[in-house]
Every structure is written in structure tokens, then in C-alpha cells.
Design a protein around this ligand. Sequence first.
Ligand code: NCD
Ligand code: ZN
Length: 349
Amino acid sequence: MQTLTITRPDDWHLHLRDGPAMKDALAHTSAVFARAIVMPNLKPPVTRTDQARAYRERIVSALAPGHRFEPLMTLYLTDATSAAEIRLARDSGLVHGVKLYPAGATTNSESGVTGLDRCDPALQAMQELDLALLVHGETTDPAVDVFDRERAFIDTVLIPLRRRFPALRIVFEHITTRDAVQYVGEADDRLAATITAHHLRYNRNALFVGPDGRNGIRPHAYCLPVIKREEHRQALLRAATGGSPKFFLGTDSAPHPVREKESACGCAGCFTAPVALSMYAECFEQAGALERLEAFASFHGADFYRLPRNRERITLQRSPWQPPSELPFGAERVAPLGAGENFAWKIAN
Ligand code: NCD
Ligand code: ZN
């Protein structure tokens, strides 16, 4: 197969940032994806509907000429989120989910939830109004090994939460383990999960090896939840390519200035917007499931969020290419993940 034409995909988990760098990040997404669920972890976070509306307007104004793209906004859940705010969000029609960041779990999560029982009024309202909860599924207990934090989250947070709010619809974001694949797979259809391109492409060895095979620490491959060992990558591949509507595309593309990634305390987040669809295509092809890419990338997420599927089409072409090592990012530079690696599929213009 030399070309692959599919319904234009959506990205169900994306960080666009704000300010002058936003338009640079956005252009890579809007060139490919029709819509994206936009994460609210700005500084300060997007906790109210009026902030989400204003952020949405800034995104739309920053779109490159000729690009058609719809930002799907989210609110950032805090201990103080009220039921009234949830109602406002629902009524606005522009907020499509509420994001749970356990406080301290990841980048810009300082204002996150310190105990989910504090969020009962908001969760109750979300359940009633059918507004989805999007979860960063990692425990923040420092005693738990970083590589085990997703599994611990299932046991200590997700299972009790779903017992208390059985009708609440939940997206387990950027799952990284066999445990999460199994848990989501066995749950009812109110629970779904997104899977990133980088968790499908790399296992944790990629954190410690250069493209030339030399040892070294690779800050651009560091994200949260951190990439896991090969058996988990294999489970994610089976989930993504298996055809279940519970699993769909969410890049978690999370740009940071090169300066902040390449430091003594490099921050978490991989910028994958320019490479994500190529990465997914290659993973699906290697799994012998290229014909299932379209449903994963363009149907399952829209169906879960109860939005119409896109009508436009996009074509991928088999054509070897390498992402550039750096790209503009406002006054800074950002390094796409996979820079210097060979990719087989390119978006045809
Ligand atoms: C994200 C970011 O940089 O905003 N980082 C990441 O490693 N994925 C936050 C997040 O989604 O966890
Ligand atoms: Zn994210």
C-alpha cells in the first residue's frame, strides 16, 4: 500500500499552551486534526467556563490561515469546583470534559485535586449532566514507584470512584500499562481510554539510548505517565489495533521549550503533534492493522464524546522523512519527539 486515505482524525488529548508560543504548537495540530480536546493545565489553570470560552477564542484567533480546526474545551477540576460551575460548563456547549489532575501528578498540576471526596458535588453534577471526567491516572504517593503509579491509581482511586459514581463517563487518559488496558477492556462502556503515539512506539529503553545506539539520558522522551517496559507497549498496541471502541487516539502532545527539557531537572511532556499521525500509522502497520487506524483515529473518540464523525478526508503517503530537530515556539524552540528518526508515512498535502 502506498497511500492511505482516512476520515480526518481528531486528537482527544492535547496541550496547546497559551501566549505567543501557542500558534506555533497549534499549527502542527490543525494541519492534521479536525478537533482536539484541549487540556486546561495553563498557569493559572482553566477552572471556569468563562476562562474556557476566552481560551477557546484565543485558540481560534491563533489559527493559521486556511486551517479548519475546532478546539473542544475542558475545565480543570479543583477541590473547589462547584456543581453550579459544572452546570455552566454543560450549558455553554463548548466544554466537553472536566480534567482530574491529582495534585502534584504532572506538569502544572499544583492546583489539582488533593482528595477526590472533596469533589463530590462536581462529580455528582457531571454524572447527572453527562459531562465526562478525564483522568490523569497516576497516584501521587511518593512511596509508590514511578513505574507503578498507574496501576496503583486504578486500585486506590478509579475503582472506588466508579463504584461511587457508576453512571459517570470517564476517559482514562494516556494509558501506559497492561493493567490499564485490562481494566478498561473489562469495564462497561462508560469507561474509555486514550493512547498516545509515543507510548505505542517506544518502551522505556528509549529514555536511555540515543538514535545512534549510544547510552545517554533523553529528556525529550520524558513524559508523564512515563513510558513503560516492552510488555506494556505490546498490550497498548493490542488495545489500539484491536478494534474496540473503548480505545482512541489522544496524542498528549505537550510542548516545552528545549531549554526547559534539556536541563538538570527536565520537565515532563513530549511534543508529538508534528509526528503523531505518522507514528500511529507506522505502529498500526507493524501490527498488521493499518485498516483499523481510521476507527481508532477518527471514529471511536467522536462516538464516545457523542460528537458527529468528521466528513473530510486526509491522505497519508508512504514516503520516508525525518522530523526536524527543532521548530519555532514563540520566542523559544521546541524539539519534536522522534527528531532524527526515520518515518515511513507522511501526510500528503
Ligand atoms: C503534560 C504537560 O506538559 O502539560 N506533560 C506530560 O508529560 N504529559 C501534562 C500531562 O498531561 O501530564
Ligand atoms: Zn496531557
